[in-house]
Design a protein around this ligand. Structure first.
Ligand code: HEM
Length: 409
């Protein structure tokens, strides 16, 4: 075991919802922890901490009793076993991520209709325009924070996709920031207030789309969509929109920070992309950069029956957290985890998950990251690390960089 620092801090969370009350031992005492997912070691260097745990304590119990699974094989086995591991980790309605079995399939079919190849083709010029217009407002030459650029781009691109008004931009950006702070704080009243704020924003948009004069956009389409032959309820629509926007705006910002920073740190790769890499190859490049430092760290499951994972006895009802970041860097799968090799690693890449809950938004996120990367490179002759401003790591439960200072030339 590498870390034995029990504390009252709870375990890593994901962007798709909060967990249930932590598991307790039968005698009522909190079980002994193998590590502290939010302790100083993880805060200082999360990739090194996850790498160490994966090799020395591949299934580790946190101070709240939740298990975290670090190896590629165990993460795959967990998320592909939809019977032993349930997604129903939250008291709140979470469409479709908090659902299992046939119920999940029915809602997932609704969600998937919004990410078809044709829809993505139609959206691509929109994302390109949004990216080009945003990058045109940056100082070149000048300094930027790639995460801040990514956050603004994510809000604009998602709003353009969903038909949301541009005057919501500052409120949504403020919300993204507040959401990041609330998630880090683990203060339940704060996260509840942030969730309520988002519900208020979304409800004002959906309410305006119930009438005859609703605009012809994706939000209206969703408000009028059906599942199992009946209309979606307001609560279901809000839940779907929450998943499409709420945390994924943050994920997009963090992904943009990681991708642009890696290109700044690797001028040869940057030159290769500038030379006109075809979309498919650029997408693979982006996926591989995200594999090296996956900012979307984890998701939760709950064991439906007693199960042994890598020799550890997990009880029915225990929470099991899959750490995608660690699995993506497993040397048994990728050799040296820091080697950049998109073609070899693509089949094992878990940045977008795997199994029934695999990310339906992947094609959208990919086309947005591609559009932003191309726009930044097209407006510059070089993107470099900023020697005057230190970069900061994002704090658990998120990953990647909190701030990514770069120089544009
Ligand atoms: C920005 C980068 C993103 C990353 C790295 C990412 C990653 C992931 C991962 C790993 C999962 C699997 C979760 C699990 O197994 O429990 C997932 C699920 C999901 N993602 Fe994403 N995602 C991103 C963006 C998006 C976007 C833009 C959308 C929608 C607009 C989206 C919508 C969803 C939904 C609805 C699910 C749940 C699917 C289900 O349970 O069937 N994601 N995502």
């Amino acid at each position: 075991m590498t870390e034995h620092t029990p504390s009252d801090e709870l375990s890593a969370d994901d962007h798709l919802g909060k967990g249930r009350t932590p598991a307790r031992a039968a005698d009522g005492h909190a079980p002994r922890a193998d590590w502290n997912p939010r302790g100083p070691r993880v805060r200082r260097d999360p990739l090194a901490a996850y790498d160490a745990l994966r090799s020395h304590c591949p299934v580790a119990r946190g101070p709240d009793g939740a298990w975290t699974v670090f190896s590629h094989a165990d993460v795959m086995a967990t998320v592909l076993d939809h019977t032993t591991f349930s997604n129903a980790v939250s008291r709140h309605l979470q469409v479709p991520n908090g659902m299992d079995g046939a119920v999940h399939s029915a809602y997932r079919a609704v969600v998937d209709r919004y990410f078809t190849p044709q829809r993505m083709r139609d959206l691509e010029p929109v994302a390109r325009r949004v990216a080009t217009e945003l990058v045109a407002t940056l100082d070149v030459p000048g300094q930027v924070d790639a995460v801040a650029v990514g956050a603004r781009f994510a809000v604009r691109a998602q709003s353009a996709w969903l038909g949301w008004p541009t005057d919501l931009e500052e409120e949504l950006l403020g919300w993204v920031e507040e959401n990041r702070r609330a998630t880090r704080s683990r203060d339940r009243s704060r996260t509840a207030a942030v969730a309520q704020h988002f519900t208020t924003i979304i409800t004002s948009l959906t309410a305006a789309r119930r009438g005859d004069d609703a605009p012809a956009d994706v939000t209206t389409e969703l408000v009028r969509d059906r599942v199992d032959g009946r209309p979606l309820t307001d609560e279901e629509v809000v839940s779907i929109l929450r998943n499409w926007t709420g945390g994924d705006l943050t994920s997009m910002a963090l992904c943009a920070g990681v991708v642009l920073t890696y290109l700044a740190d690797h001028p040869d790769l940057q030159a290769h992309v500038r030379a006109g890499l075809p979309d498919r190859e650029l997408d693979r490049t982006i996926d591989e950069i995200l594999r090296l430092d996956d900012p979307f760290v984890s998701n939760r499951r709950i064991a439906t029956e007693p199960v042994t994972i890598a020799g550890r006895q997990v009880a029915a009802g225990d929470q099991v957290i899959v750490n995608w970041t660690a699995a993506n860097r497993d040397p048994r799968i990728v050799g040296d985890p820091d080697t950049f090799d998109p073609d070899t690693h693509a089949p094992y890449n878990l940045v977008w998950g795997i199994g029934k809950h695999v990310c339906p938004g992947r094609p959208l996120a990919t086309l947005e990251l591609r559009a932003l990367t191309r726009a930044v490179l097209a407006a510059t002759t070089a993107v470099e690390p900023d020697p005057d401003r230190p970069r900061e790591r994002e704090q658990p439960p998120a990953g990647g960089l909190a701030s990514a200072p770069l120089v544009l030339r």
